[in-house]
Design a protein around this ligand. Sequence first.
Ligand SMILES: *[C@@H]1O[C@H](CO)[C@@H](O)[C@H](O)[C@H]1NC(C)=O
Ligand SMILES: *[C@@H]1O[C@H](CO)[C@@H](O)[C@H](O)[C@H]1NC(C)=O
Ligand SMILES: *[C@@H]1O[C@H](CO)[C@@H](O)[C@H](O)[C@H]1NC(C)=O
Ligand SMILES: *[C@@H]1O[C@H](CO)[C@@H](O)[C@H](O)[C@H]1NC(C)=O
Ligand SMILES: *[C@@H]1O[C@H](CO)[C@@H](O)[C@H](O)[C@H]1NC(C)=O
Ligand SMILES: *[C@@H]1O[C@H](CO)[C@@H](O)[C@H](O)[C@H]1NC(C)=O
Ligand SMILES: *[C@@H]1O[C@H](CO)[C@@H](O)[C@H](O)[C@H]1NC(C)=O
Ligand SMILES: *[C@@H]1O[C@H](CO)[C@@H](O)[C@H](O)[C@H]1NC(C)=O
Ligand SMILES: *[C@@H]1O[C@H](CO)[C@@H](O)[C@H](O)[C@H]1NC(C)=O
Ligand SMILES: *[C@@H]1O[C@H](CO)[C@@H](O)[C@H](O)[C@H]1NC(C)=O
Ligand SMILES: *[C@@H]1O[C@H](CO)[C@@H](O)[C@H](O)[C@H]1NC(C)=O
Ligand SMILES: *[C@@H]1O[C@H](CO)[C@@H](O)[C@H](O)[C@H]1NC(C)=O
Length: 537
Amino acid sequence: MKSVTLPLALSGAVLAAAQYTVSSSATSNDVFDGYMSYSIEFSSFPDFAGNKSQPNTFSDALLKNIGNIIGTKPYIRVGGNTQDYALYNASLPYAINGTFDPKRSADYPTTIFIGPSYFESYSTWKDVKFTHGFNLALGANSSVGWQTLLDTVPLACKALGRGKLNWWEYGNEPDLFSTSAQGSVRPSGWNESIYVAQWLNGTKAIKAQLQTHCPRLVDNDTYGYLAPSFGGVNNRLKEPATWAAGLNVNEDVRLISTHNYISGASSPGVTLQGTLMNHTVTRRSVDAHIANHNKIKAIDPSAPPLIFGEHNSLYNQGKPGLSNTFGAALWGLDFNLYAASVGIKRVHMHMGTNYRYASWQPLTTSLTPIGTRAPYYGNIAVAATLGNLLHRPSTVIEIPLNTTTTAAAYAIYTAQGSTLTRLLVLNMNSYNTTVDGHGLDPLPAADIPVRPVANYTFIIPSEVASAGDLVGVRRLWANGSDAVTGITWDGWSYNYELDKGRPVRLGNVTVGERVVVGDGGVVSVGVPDASAVLLSF
Ligand SMILES: *[C@@H]1O[C@H](CO)[C@@H](O)[C@H](O)[C@H]1NC(C)=O
Ligand SMILES: *[C@@H]1O[C@H](CO)[C@@H](O)[C@H](O)[C@H]1NC(C)=O
Ligand SMILES: *[C@@H]1O[C@H](CO)[C@@H](O)[C@H](O)[C@H]1NC(C)=O
Ligand SMILES: *[C@@H]1O[C@H](CO)[C@@H](O)[C@H](O)[C@H]1NC(C)=O
Ligand SMILES: *[C@@H]1O[C@H](CO)[C@@H](O)[C@H](O)[C@H]1NC(C)=O
Ligand SMILES: *[C@@H]1O[C@H](CO)[C@@H](O)[C@H](O)[C@H]1NC(C)=O
Ligand SMILES: *[C@@H]1O[C@H](CO)[C@@H](O)[C@H](O)[C@H]1NC(C)=O
Ligand SMILES: *[C@@H]1O[C@H](CO)[C@@H](O)[C@H](O)[C@H]1NC(C)=O
Ligand SMILES: *[C@@H]1O[C@H](CO)[C@@H](O)[C@H](O)[C@H]1NC(C)=O
Ligand SMILES: *[C@@H]1O[C@H](CO)[C@@H](O)[C@H](O)[C@H]1NC(C)=O
Ligand SMILES: *[C@@H]1O[C@H](CO)[C@@H](O)[C@H](O)[C@H]1NC(C)=O
Ligand SMILES: *[C@@H]1O[C@H](CO)[C@@H](O)[C@H](O)[C@H]1NC(C)=O
């Protein structure tokens, strides 16, 4: 006997019945606390965080929402390409003087001076830990850059004392220094051993400055780095070779940080369905980093754990109609859970002011209004799937499905893998409700196709659920994969317009759904195309 309750809104034709047996336990591979974290573009950090006189409370509300669910507010890495352009000007009366060069980038300044008040932005969010990214590109290559390093270490360490530091970073994507599309900053002979020599030299200077200005931050508990923060696994410089060249001779690399983008904003052939809402592409993209990490562990069995210190959908800041849609939220949910399932310990999703893939826009600019964006709802769903990691650390296991490219399912285990607590199912078949799938002009009602519903059936271990038990159902929902507004998680909206990012339960979305467990632990749930469902036991 099985019973399924589909909300009235989900009354499409039910397709593709498939039945999967869920294991009662798993090998424990818990993610770190604050798994769902962010990376903020160095030049955009004052926009996102504000300063002492005008803190950005909208951003703080969005960080709190995630913290309330997962137990820890997101860790924030402040860095990106612009960290390697930033020079210090002690007499600048405001946070940042950024000059754009459209030939290098239309999205961020490539000539940057920061003033002392830049560091005020580290004081606006309570209970958040940060990584500050120092400038390696200019820092190890010009006397003004070197002086910037010496001048900013004391400012950064004073701002990040008292438990606010989550390791330092020295250099962003140095694997691309000699080939960067935004202008090369190293000669063509640039390689891993030259990089490591410069990194060791710069970090020695950072440590010496800390010793002088913030001696409490040179303890083993407090001193260390995210590194090497490479832009990818297929560039000319390779992460394992930095290890072989002695990157960690001082044992101060605390987390191996790697960066990932699924593809590029203007790469040919990129589509929502084929590139983002595609589990095969996600697996391939993540697996390459695990293979690299395994090569590092072959060199050094005690190498630190791996994180995505910066990642998002499409590099070059994302593409409208793809990176800003509900489909990208589903992609982010799948990507981050898959990453957890193969041993990535924390993910920092990258964003900057006006970026198309950003989870939110922190203020109104001439290009983009302030607001919560679709990808944020995917971040919330990641947090809800993992639950409160401080109370119950979680391990994520992928449940292999028959339909491998457009669907994925994950089981969440707590108590060292002994207890199945939740199941997440993603149906990533695209479903359009707007003309051209760009989220703007709604299709006439008569042209909107019936939304197919895939029916998933799981056999749940008897110690978790038995016949007649009720299983809670929460949905990540929008009108279609092309939607850029009207996104909800379990009926909650976090939109700026409603309550400045604080949660608001909408009255027009079905919530409180339950499915009844059938004989033999059978649980069936309908998952409409372009949506995800979380079952809680
Ligand atoms: C997966 O597909 C195979 C072959 O079509 C089928 O025999 C099997 O029952 C399917 N498995 C599930 C869990 O539906
Ligand atoms: C540093 O800031 C001062 C005050 O705004 C300005 O006059 C000076 O030109 C700046 N220096 C550089 C190198 O930008
Ligand atoms: C603080 O932020 C406000 C708003 O962006 C800005 O007007 C002000 O100049 C900033 N203060 C400093 C010291 O940078
Ligand atoms: C800002 O930077 C630009 C480019 O370097 C420079 O010309 C200008 O003088 C700077 N302004 C201030 C106030 O520092
Ligand atoms: C470290 O870098 C600084 C700045 O580029 C340079 O002056 C110094 O010689 C370097 N030291 C070593 C040991 O390479
Ligand atoms: C320093 O950077 C410039 C580009 O900004 C580059 O042309 C030069 O080769 C670099 N020098 C060294 C020693 O890396
Ligand atoms: C990097 O280049 C230097 C100078 O050409 C060379 O001595 C060194 O062996 C190279 N290192 C690697 C890892 O290729
Ligand atoms: C330093 O701290 C790391 C973890 O933060 C630990 O693994 C290592 O054993 C510590 N080393 C010493 C010498 O205490
Ligand atoms: C997903 O990506 C794979 C590999 O690129 C491709 O073969 C497959 O057709 C894609 N699936 C969809 C639904 O586009
Ligand atoms: C949704 O719209 C996009 C863009 O026009 C199109 O490529 C895709 O085939 C559409 N998907 C469906 C299921 O109609
Ligand atoms: C879903 O599939 C199960 C068996 O696999 C079936 O018992 C159930 O009725 C189906 N639900 C719907 C809504 O079709
Ligand atoms: C649901 O409610 C929200 C908030 O009041 C509103 O913005 C939205 O348009 C409503 N959606 C529908 C489909 O009525």
